[in-house]
Ligand binder design. Structure first.
Ligand SMILES: Cc1cc2nc3c(=O)[nH]c(=O)nc-3n(C[C@H](O)[C@H](O)[C@H](O)COP(=O)(O)O)c2cc1C
Length: 168
């Protein structure tokens, strides 16, 4: 898949997070690190989905806020996904929030034309793996071919480049 024209759409949050057995403040989220590896490997373009209203920096508050946004299906984003018509492969990167994608990714991905597109899901997580993400993408990305995804646990993200290259 390396040579196909690729777009990497992802959501990722820095600030306080819990992984590797401890709570820490981070400058760059786990999913963003993986997205950048995919860019290095494929030469694809990156698009980060940014919430219009940032999530709380505090981890526990963020957990609660995510629950509310998902329940209300209310998560506006700063900027829409660019025109996808020229891309053959779309990598979709998500942290697992409550067993699925953060609501902002639904906002970003809904309503695009996925005919003839290949979607490749990747997640970072604390135990849930890909969880509900492939099913959710199947529901949203009508007409696309959703390939098998890759899931990286938070503490292994930094060392995952080789594994990601094999997957691609
Ligand atoms: C709101 C919230 C909900 C989460 N829910 C889950 C979950 O259901 N399963 C899981 O394995 N990890 C869960 N996590 C952990 C994140 O998926 C994990 O830390 C991920 O690597 C964060 O990615 P990011 O740094 O790119 O934002 C959750 C984290 C947050 C902040």
């Amino acid at each position: 898949m390396k040579d196909k024209k690729s777009l990497i759409i992802y959501f990722s949050r820095a600030d306080e997070n819990y992984f590797g057995g401890e709570m820490k403040y981070i400058d760059k989220g786990n999913t963003e690190i993986v997205a950048e590896y995919i860019k290095d490997i494929t030469g694809g373009d990156l698009f980060k989905v940014e919430p219009l209203n940032p999530y709380p920096k505090d981890y526990m508050e963020c957990i609660e806020e995510a629950k509310v946004r998902t329940a209300n299906h209310n998560a506006p984003i700063k900027e829409n996904v660019p025109d996808i018509s020229d891309y053959e492969v779309i990598y979709v990167g998500s942290p697992i929030y409550w067993g699925g994608m953060p609501e902002e990714l639904f906002t970003a991905l809904k309503g695009l034309d996925y005919k003839n597109k290949i979607i490749r899901p990747f997640t970072t997580h604390e135990g849930s793996g890909l969880s509900g993400v492939p099913r959710q993408l199947n529901e949203i990305c009508e007409g696309a071919e959703i390939t098998s995804g890759i899931a990286i646990v938070g503490s292994q993200v930094k060392d995952s480049k080789e594994k990601i290259e094999e997957w691609i």
